[in-house]
Design a protein around this ligand. Structure first.
Ligand code: GAL
Length: 419
């Protein structure tokens, strides 16, 4: 055998020994903002599953809850012609990126994996541009949750509040006993997260939709909106004085340690309780944000896929898209992240009680019409309107007079200008 033939046959043998995927091994660079405890564990599950398939994971994590910083960095990278393979982009923004020609079609993966059958149409619609999949949904977060430290509640002799009025009574008692009633971080997206929970408590889901999805000016500029701002101001009065700039997971830590009794936050907060080894129903409690039982504010994380030039990287990107909707990933990721699977056919017995309750309410609220998109997390409207609402809400939180009539006028003007 000549040296040349020997080399060829050695190559042939080693090719046979290699796992199938590795012959197409490529690199995926993935932009996300999952840097808190539970989030990082969830992201690590995806990395691991990509590496198992022989691909290289290039982590592009940009810290900052809610993703505002990540989106700024993404724009810079994309404009300079160097976008990542995948980026966490949500809601209507997916279409904006597709319209600009940045995204690639995932229709071959979607057809082969039957995505149309796996994901509710309300979600799969958002993942498509002109009838083609350009993004893959990862999970469903419920945003209107109240996280509670039961030991603190017991010491003070109070129960979980079911309505806003009950919340005010309970919070007064907690405050009198020396606890911080509501853990919160003063950042625009966190302010908006509490604001939309209060809005959903004051309004019914139809009115919420008219205001924040359809931007019906009669609803936005109304006495009901003034009541939303008035109640929101009262809720925020139970936050401590050091909240400015505090990260959401630091606020969750305050509930975990028993410095604060409650937090209104999406169920990525549960990822923090889980990462701390805590059990729902014992060490912490989850309940609907006061006044929103049966309603479900949804926030769907999704990865939009950018056009790439290298064949191996395209293969890796398609494997990433396929892996995300596989049952194994959906279970491991969501157990760590605090969310529920985006596939509605999943066995929920391996999930904790909060996730099971979330899935139940997700399904029942879809039937009753009480399933509404989150404004604070980019599912209800464009990022332009969202940004305007953030400004008005955060200015309101930081103003000394907190005038609900003035804030309603400002909100109306801001939405009118941006819609
Ligand atoms: C949300 C996002 C979640 C979580 C949270 C805090 O907008 O959908 O996945 O990361 O921000 O950063």
């Amino acid at each position: 055998m000549t040296a040349f033939k020997r080399t060829l046959s050695a190559l042939a043998v080693s090719a046979c020994l290699m796992p199938a995927a590795a012959t197409h091994a490529g690199e995926v660079e993935v932009l996300h903002w999952w840097t808190a405890g539970g989030e990082a564990r969830a992201a690590a599950a995806l990395k691991e599953m990509m590496e198992e398939q022989g691909h290289t994971w290039k982590d592009f994590a940009v810290a900052g809850g809610g993703g505002e910083a990540a989106m700024t960095v993404l724009k810079t990278r994309a404009v300079s012609g160097n976008p990542p393979a995948a980026a966490q982009i949500k809601g209507l923004d997916i279409r904006e990126w597709a319209k600009l020609g940045f995204l690639t079609s995932l229709d071959d993966v979607a057809a082969a994996e039957n995505w149309d059958q796996l994901v509710p149409p309300m979600i799969s619609d958002v993942m498509q541009y002109e009838g083609e999949y350009v993004a893959v949904p990862v999970n469903v977060h419920r945003v209107n949750w109240l996280w509670v430290n039961p030991q603190v509640m017991e010491k003070v002799g109070v129960e979980i509040p079911n309505t806003l009025d009950e919340f005010f009574t309970v919070a007064d008692k907690l405050k009198a006993a020396g606890y911080i009633p509501l853990a919160h971080g003063g950042q625009p997206w966190q302010d908006a997260t509490v604001f939309e929970a209060v809005a959903l408590a004051v309004m019914d889901s139809d009115t919420y939709r008219k205001a924040f999805v359809e931007h019906d000016m009669d609803v936005i500029n109304s006495a009901v909106m003034e009541e939303v701002f008035a109640k929101f101001a009262k809720v925020m009065s139970y936050v401590d004085d050091n909240a400015a700039g505090r990260d959401w997971n630091t606020a969750t830590g305050m509930v975990i340690r028993g410095e604060a009794a409650m937090q209104i936050m999406g169920d990525w907060a549960k990822g923090e309780f889980t990462a701390a080894g805590l059990t729902p129903g014992e060490d912490y409690l989850c309940a609907a944000a006061p006044g929103t039982a049966g309603e479900f504010t949804f926030n769907v994380d999704s990865f939009a896929m950018f056009s790439l030039s290298e064949e191996e990287d395209v293969a890796a990107q398609k494997d990433l898209a396929r892996t995300i909707l596989e049952p194994k990933f959906q279970t491991v990721f969501n157990q760590n992240k605090g969310s529920i699977p985006v596939r509605t056919d999943m066995d929920m017995s391996e999930f904790d009680a909060c996730a099971q309750a979330s899935m139940e309410t997700f399904k029942s609220s879809a039937d009753t019409g009480e399933l509404v998109p989150s404004l604070a997390h980019g599912l209800a409207t464009t990022s332009y309107v969202q940004g305007q609402v953030f400004d008005v809400v955060t200015n309101f939180v930081n103003s000394s007079d907190k005038d609900p009539v003035k804030a309603t006028d400002q909100l109306a003007a801001a939405i009118q200008a941006a819609k």
